[in-house]
Design a protein around this ligand. Structure first.
Ligand code: CTP
Length: 397
């Protein structure tokens, strides 16, 4: 019989600690060995005895636990764990984790771990939006920590907004994915373009497309989680890149094309998520163009189509396109898929998607269309990567 997986459940101070108790119950029911570590503040919200009763295991609260092997609870507990889940993860705990602090049992064993770490943030919406919190989360994501949630909704303080911890069943799903999910793209090299391009007109002005880069970065994150070796080529965005193998920053479509051409010979799957400007100025003025009373015409010439350049190669990688349409979504998307010769094209309505954290998508492939109902972009990215994996391996059969 396979040995039980061991989950170390870290509980920090927050009202959402009651949901962690429910998650502990569900995970124990599903034959996962749950060991709980609580911070001092967590013990003010839910008693250790609750977790002890639900998991059937002692609960640890003290760095100086005398019953632990060699009196080293932090090392002993982290070595036993296949995975650590911190739920709820308070703003304070996230800040400590991002800075490598180790001043209690939970922070110390997180620092001493050699297994994956998931955190489920829970806090007031203002605390969530605070640049310090967002900065700390970016650091953690770059460090490879998996951040699940939070969700938006009614908060314990009476306000409504982002910061509610995910529900217990969603935590269980995240644990299952981390513990058991296959890595469908292990060993595959995925190249992704993201964000907008910027085409200079003069020294201070240019043409660009509206694009936050969120979808491209989410796809890159999902591909990393699926085990792929990922190169992300990105136009300028305000986002911190996920922990990809190679990140290339570009400005214009020409630079993006060059970076893609360099990377493409080593690529199995190419995903064009970038909003590439279709035209650029025929002549770039090295100095700022001065204002006059007259009309001004700027001659625009077409940019190269990066996706078509890749899909048109004699031996192209598996190519995936994105299409943001403002009208006639299905007709335009299918036409684009055929024109660019793509096995898969993912379409959405531009006005619903740009800059948003959620999106509704339609996938077009040789089998027809598949609708992905509205969900967070990272959740959509995971579904897309799964679909790409399935199609990719079908074409290789
Ligand atoms: N694309 C590209 N290079 C371009 C234009 C688009 O690689 N110069 C890629 C995008 O990354 C996306 C797909 O092609 O994956 C579709 O982009 P979109 O802007 O929707 O389509 P266009 O081909 O530019 O057509 P139109 O703007 O007329 O809708």
């Amino acid at each position: 019989m396979a040995t039980k997986k061991c989950l170390l459940l870290g509980v920090t101070g927050g009202v959402a600690a009651y949901k962690a108790a429910e998650a502990a119950r569900l995970l124990t029911q599903q034959a996962i060995d749950v060991k709980t570590v609580m911070t001092q503040s967590a013990c003010r919200f839910v008693g250790p005895i609750t977790f002890q009763s639900l998991t059937g295991n002692p609960v640890y609260t003290d760095l100086w636990e005398t019953n632990a092997a060699q009196n080293m609870a932090h090392i002993h507990l982290s070595r036993m764990a296949d995975l650590i889940l911190i739920a709820p993860a308070s703003a304070d705990f996230i800040a400590k984790l991002a800075n490598g602090l180790a001043d209690d049992l939970l922070t110390t064993l997180c620092l001493a771990r050699d297994c994956p770490l998931i955190i489920a943030p829970a806090m007031n919406k203002q605390m969530w939006q605070n640049p310090a919190t967002q900065r700390n989360l970016s650091i953690l994501r770059q460090d490879g920590v998996i951040v699940v949630g939070p969700a938006s909704g009614m908060q314990a303080c009476g306000e409504t907004g982002m910061g509610r911890m995910l529900e217990a069943a969603e935590l269980v799903e995240a644990v299952y994915t981390a513990l058991y999910a296959e890595k469908p793209l292990r060993g595959k090299r995925v190249l992704i373009t993201a964000g907008p391009t910027f085409e200079a007109i003069d020294a201070v002005r240019g043409i660009t497309n509206k694009s936050s880069g969120k979808m491209g970065y989410a796809i890159a994150q999902a591909a990393v989680e699926a085990g792929a070796t990922v190169t992300l080529i990105s136009g300028t965005t305000c986002l911190t890149p996920p922990a990809v193998d190679e990140f290339v920053s570009v400005i214009s479509a020409d630079e993006m094309l060059q970076a893609v051409q360099t990377a493409v010979p080593q690529t199995d799957i190419f995903i064009g998520v970038a909003a590439v400007a279709d035209y650029r100025a025929a002549k770039i003025s090295p100095q700022k163009i001065k204002k006059t009373d007259k009309n001004l015409s700027i001659e625009l010439i077409p940019n190269p189509d990066i996706l078509s350049a890749v899909s048109g190669l004699p031996d192209p990688p598996f190519c995936v396109g994105f299409a943001a349409e403002t009208e006639n979504l299905e007709r335009n998307a299918e036409a684009k898929r055929r024109k660019k010769n793509l096995p898969l094209l993912i379409a959405n309505l531009a006005q619903d998607a740009i800059g948003a954290d959620e999106s509704e998508l339609i996938l077009f492939d040789d089998a027809g269309k598949h609708i992905l109902p509205k969900a967070a972009k990272i959740a959509q990215a995971c579904r897309i990567i799964k679909h790409i994996g399935t199609l990719y391996f079908q074409t290789k059969k």
